[in-house]
Write a protein that binds this ligand. Structure first.
Ligand code: KE4
Length: 432
């Protein structure tokens, strides 16, 4: 691939039109390139690990639609499944066989999930988990962690990560103080403050919700026993433990982060990968909790397009493809190749960069380590990150346009793609 200096006349023209009719010109804030003082390009198409913008510039894509594209863009198995499903009709609002197949696959791959309900986004999944936990426990308060992002749920837009953090609204306007007051946000990995919060809110905590591997303030990891302690403390205090595995689910392992760390949550939120690129979320857990949901129980939760046959056809095709190709092994090998190249480049660079990587997830913090929570992630040099981002983009490598996001490698990234990326990262870090 030649070094490309993005021509962006058509993207610019589209962006100025978009800004007239769409707030910020985008349908989701993270796409706005605000954190990197830039203007977004507009994508024309994607194939495998590559995307092309409307001006014909080609990029190796490490955003992958923020997680769903674990097989890369337009994988044949998914496209074929969607094509067949589409000829049968797009939506019925009637139970369809794919809903049963998806529920059985999720429960088989994630043993903590005895029953599951499909929704249309990760936000709907976490929102429903919160409502369910409050009903099941009869309590109102929620514990979350600074920098963890769980979608744009009122109850969880308190010190949130991802775009909320990127755009300086970790605690969003429009959330009534009475809602926010029911959410206690703590520093991730801080066991002392966790036990204190439980002590000071005795019998009032309905649930603890977290990304078991936080990926929305950059990528960092739970301390040695942190997840096990969360499990013990939640059980001790009669609170539910909710793992938001919208990013990690089916990516870091077939059974997600809970498989890696051997900790069973009471509820799990899912999304992204399970839709194969179409709008799907899901949430599940212990049957006695899930059976509180209408029409079985008193907790109402619904959706016109929940269990949509096209979206489930895409998600099932994608998930089922991962096993025969041993996708998780492929992702680990590509992740390790990227890590080695990046670490070598960092070693020779004259600036502080901390690389975190787990499987196909990675983040380059422009800050010295250790990075264990939001506060340490916020030490990053955002201007340096922005320069890094644009210099890589000019060389045909598209990383997430924010320091407070995570990179995604797919099974479609070839050794050559990653080799090329290593060369670009080395060149750019050396020039910063
Ligand atoms: P959605 O409602 O965007 O499908 O999912 C919300 C969500 C929930 N939980 C976790 C751990 C998530 O990462 C997300 C969404 N992730 C962001 C990117 N970090 C989506 C990108 C965007 O907001 O446009």
């Amino acid at each position: 691939m030649d070094v490309c200096f993005p021509l962006n006349s058509q993207s610019s023209e589209l962006f100025s039109r978009a800004q007239k009719r769409i707030p910020g010109g985008v349908n989701s804030p993270v796409r706005a390139f605000r954190n990197v003082d830039g203007e977004p390009f507009f994508v024309a198409r994607g194939e495998g690990a590559h995307i092309w913008d409307v001006d014909g510039n080609e990029y190796i894509d490490y955003v992958g639609s923020w997680g769903p594209a674990i097989l890369g863009h337009a994988p044949k198995v998914v496209i074929d499944a969607v094509r067949v499903a589409a000829t049968r009709g797009l939506s019925f609002g009637i139970p369809n066989p794919l809903e049963v197949e998806m529920a059985e696959l999720i429960c088989d791959w994630v043993p903590s999930i005895e029953k599951v309900r499909m929704v249309n986004s990760g936000t709907e999944a976490t929102m429903s988990c919160i409502r369910l936990a409050r009903a099941f426990t009869g309590r109102d308060k929620i514990i979350k962690f600074d920098g963890c992002y769980h979608g744009h749920v009122d109850a969880l837009l308190v010190k949130a990560g991802s775009g909320a953090l990127t755009h300086g609204q970790p605690s969003s306007a429009g959330v009534p103080p009475t809602f926010a007051d029911l959410t206690i946000s703590l520093p991730f990995n801080d066991v002392e403050l966790l036990t204190k919060a439980f002590r000071e809110n005795k019998n009032e905590i309905a649930a603890v919700i977290l990304e078991p591997i936080p990926a929305n303030a950059g990528l960092y990891f739970p301390g040695e026993k942190f997840l096990a302690i969360l499990r013990e403390e939640s059980t001790r205090h009669g609170a539910l433990l909710i793992f938001d595995e919208v990013i990690t689910g089916f990516r870091v392992a077939r059974g997600g982060a809970q498989e890696i760390y051997g900790v069973k949550p009471d509820l799990t939120a899912l999304g992204k990968i399970i839709g194969g690129g179409l709008p799907v979320g899901g949430f599940g857990g212990r049957a006695e909790i899930m059976d509180q949901l209408s029409p079985e129980g008193p907790v109402y939760q619904a959706g016109t397009l929940s269990g949509n046959p096209l979206a489930l056809a895409a998600g099932l095709a994608q998930l089922r493809e991962l096993e025969p190709i041993n996708g998780w092994q492929l992702l680990e090998e590509s992740g390790a190749q990227f890590e080695q190249l990046a670490l070598n480049a960092i070693k020779d660079a004259k600036i502080d960069v901390t690389l975190h990587r787990l499987g196909s997830l990675f983040c380059l913090f422009f800050a010295p380590g250790p990075i264990v929570d939001l506060a340490s992630a916020q030490r990053s040099d955002l201007k340096m990150f922005a320069r890094f981002f644009h210099a890589c983009l000019e060389r045909g490598v598209y990383f997430a346009p924010s320091q407070f996001e995570t990179g995604f490698i797919s099974t479609a990234h070839t050794a050559e793609d990653i080799e090329r990326t290593g060369v670009v990262v080395r060149e750019v870090l050396a020039a910063l």
